[in-house]
Write a protein that binds this ligand. Structure first.
Ligand code: ZN
Length: 273
């Protein structure tokens, strides 16, 4: 059971309904413990103004979504490096627990998966330097392998942790149950990660059947993920951070009254997590 103060709202969950100011007010109204903004909404409001509003609301910031996309231009361009530097700066401004990294898949027309992975590691190393100087933690989010082609060529927690081992301090993983629940090694890899490298924990549910590979995530309790079990493994490592609710759902939750969405999140935190 998760009480509302242990939950954080990833703004993607109500991205069609609310801007960031409304999300912050909504979190306060429903007693949520934190928020995790996406950069488009943050930039729209302004990072300084958002930081003030979040402070005034008395909530935490479980992450900033998202940096990465190192493979977007087929090589590590200055534009990609600079955009990730800005993401680090924004994360610092709002006091985010971490900057979440969706690292990028294959560049257009490429079949070079090992090359993409090497590029990602080079990009992460460059961002990490700036992040360490700013006191921002970098969290690699492994995505389900169905996204290896277009979003993230880091597909498992074990693969993310291998990168962390090579890059050293200040980098870890954002564990999203939607992406890792199927992995037979997930429990062992959570244990390997330990408290230090589990930097964020995202929750939602896997619907059966899933109708859309991107925008048909379920509300906790509506699918097949054993969230309490995965949470228990993370907590056995000492994880005591927020649980960030991140639901992409263009046919269901994005069409609902956002206060109903938040009320449901609070209810399901208690009954399904
Ligand atoms: Zn996530």
């Amino acid at each position: 059971m998760l009480t509302a103060d242990r939950l954080s709202l990833n703004t993607a969950t109500v991205k069609e309904q609310w801007n960031l100011a409304q999300c912050i007010e909504g979190c306060a109204r429903h007693g949520l413990g934190g928020i995790s903004p996406w950069r488009d909404k943050l930039q729209e409001m302004g990072a300084e103004a958002a930081a003030r509003a979040i402070r005034d609301a008395g909530i935490g910031v479980s992450g900033l979504c998202r940096g990465g996309w190192y493979t977007a231009e087929g090589r590590l361009t200055q534009a990609v490096i600079d955009d990730n530097r800005r993401a680090v700066d924004e994360a610092a401004t709002i006091g985010a627990d971490c900057l979440v990294m969706v690292v990028g898949g294959l560049a257009a027309g490429s079949r070079d998966l090992p090359g993409a992975r090497a590029l990602v590691e080079e990009g992460l190393a460059s961002t990490l330097e700036h992040a360490r100087a700013c006191g921002v933690k970098v969290a690699i989010e492994p995505l389900h392998p169905m996204y290896a082609g277009d979003r993230a060529c880091v597909s498992t927690l074990g693969q993310a942790l291998d990168i962390c081992d090579r890059l050293g301090a200040g980098i870890g993983a954002a564990v999203d149950v939607y992406h890792v629940w199927w992995d037979p090694a997930i429990e062992a890899q959570l244990a390997r990660a330990g408290r230090e490298r589990i930097m964020a924990f995202h929750i939602c549910d896997w619907l059966v059947p899933t109708k859309d590979l991107l925008n048909d995530r379920g509300m906790m309790g509506d699918g097949v993920i054993d969230i309490p079990r995965l949470r228990a493994v993370a907590e056995a490592q000492g994880y005591d951070g927020l649980y960030e609710v991140e639901i992409f759902s263009d046919q269901d939750w994005w069409t609902r009254d956002p206060d109903e969405v938040l009320a449901t999140i609070v209810k399901r935190g208690r009954s399904a997590c």
